[in-house]
Design a protein around this ligand. Structure first.
Ligand SMILES: [Zn+2]
Length: 401
């Protein structure tokens, strides 16, 4: 088929846009770079680089920062280009355990403002309203136009449509969160699963930079797994890849929040840990854990303190958590053979003694070849990696970065 003049034009325009994005990615990846170097890195001709970078300068995304200190040709100093991180700002938000957090970021993902409020037991549409109201508090703090809003939440999420299909403990079923927020704030909105966004955030801006085979295992209120395989996010056929929490384990039998028995979550989630710690307090009122919690709800930090002091009931409880967490990690290792597993979520707060026990179990129980070359690291800053991952998702959607 002979292409028409119109489709030729369209092809030329889309090719230009594609090449412009290629250049923008290289400029974003460097603090400052010359056009000559850009041509070498992208295999584009120098006249093309000149024309396309001129467009990027017109769009305000790139600025010239004066001549470089080293010459690339005798006597001629090249002008350097740099990414304009202040052309837009980004608002990100997340629901993490029982806290809602929102942040204002520049385009280099530096946090300019951040605020958090307790969830106060809100679920369903009341939770959507609480999240939207918190975002409304930070939007006026922006000093530049907003590129958009990006939100990371637990649940099975259709990222392209911005719809939360299912988030059990938030009581969300088919919530079109992106549309709801876009209608209110009149900017582009994207929504992603918190563990998936944490994986993106860790690999682009966090502890796992440039790790292509990465798993983020988040154990907070529930269990979330974010998977990057070969640098690509694994979402699954119905966006539920990594929903490990409701995997039945034959050695477990307790009732889960999902209504079934024996799910992994009944052994290692924040809610199950709290439930079992409360049982210890009731059955052993003279225990250290009971004294530390002093009539209030048992916290992770209470459990950690009692564990470190050698409290026998607490040691038994944490040993059981470590056992099941290790088994979850072993399944992940055998299935995906990652380079790094980042453990995040409130469970990390149980401390080094717990984490070392998990590492030892994994080493002792996994098929030896599977544990070679894999790093298991802990990151208590999971909220930060979700917020940065949300920002990265928006950068990719809106600017191709
Ligand atoms: Zn379950």
């Amino acid at each position: 088929m002979i292409p028409s003049a119109t489709s030729n034009k369209a092809t030329t325009a889309s090719l230009k846009r594609h090449n412009e994005t290629l250049l923008l990615r290289e400029i974003y990846a460097h603090s400052a770079i010359s056009r000559v170097r850009l041509a070498a890195l992208t295999n584009l001709s120098r006249p093309s680089v000149t024309e396309l970078t001129q467009n990027l300068i017109k769009r305000g995304l790139v600025v010239e920062v004066g001549p470089e200190t080293q010459t690339d040709r005798v006597g001629k100093k090249a002008t350097l280009l740099t990414f304009n991180k202040d052309i837009y700002q980004i608002v990100t938000a997340t629901i993490n355990d029982v806290v809602l957090t929102t942040a204002l970021l520049d385009l280099r993902m530096e946090v300019l403002e951040q605020r958090s409020v307790p969830m106060n037991g809100a679920t369903s549409m009341a939770l959507v309203d609480a999240l939207s109201d918190l975002i409304a508090e930070i939007v006026p703090k922006a000093t530049r136009p907003l590129l958009g809003i990006a939100v990371g939440t637990p649940g099975v999420i259709d990222m392209r449509a911005g719809v939360i299909q299912l988030a059990t403990y938030l009581e969300w079923v088919n919530v079109p969160l992106a549309r709801i927020l876009a209608d209110r704030f009149k900017v582009p909105v994207c929504v992603g699963n918190d563990s998936n966004l944490a994986a993106i955030g860790e690999s682009r801006f966090g502890t796992a930079q440039n790790v292509k085979d990465l798993v983020v295992l988040k154990v907070g209120s529930g269990i979330g797994v974010g998977i990057l395989a070969g640098g690509h996010l694994v979402e699954g056929n119905a966006f539920a890849a990594g929903e490990l929490g409701h995997t039945p384990f034959p050695t477990l039998n307790a009732l889960c929040l999902c209504g079934r028995r024996g799910c992994l979550e009944t052994a290692i989630s924040g809610w199950s840990l709290k439930r079992r710690a409360q049982d210890i307090v009731r059955s052993h009122p003279a225990s250290l854990l009971a004294r530390l919690s002093d009539g209030a709800d048992v916290t992770i930090s209470n459990i950690r303190q009692a564990l470190e002091a050698g409290d026998p009931q607490c040691t038994e409880l944490v040993t059981s958590v470590a056992t099941y967490l290790s088994q979850a990690i072993i399944i992940i290792l055998h299935l995906l053979n990652p380079q790094m597993i980042v453990l995040t979520g409130s469970m990390v707060g149980l401390g080094d003694r717990f984490l070392n026990q998990v590492r030892q179990n994994v080493k002792a129980w996994a098929f030896p070849y599977m544990t070679e070359g894999v790093e298991i690291v802990a990151n208590e800053q999971d909220e930060r990696s979700i917020l940065l991952g949300a920002g990265a998702l928006l950068l990719e959607r809106e600017l191709g970065l």
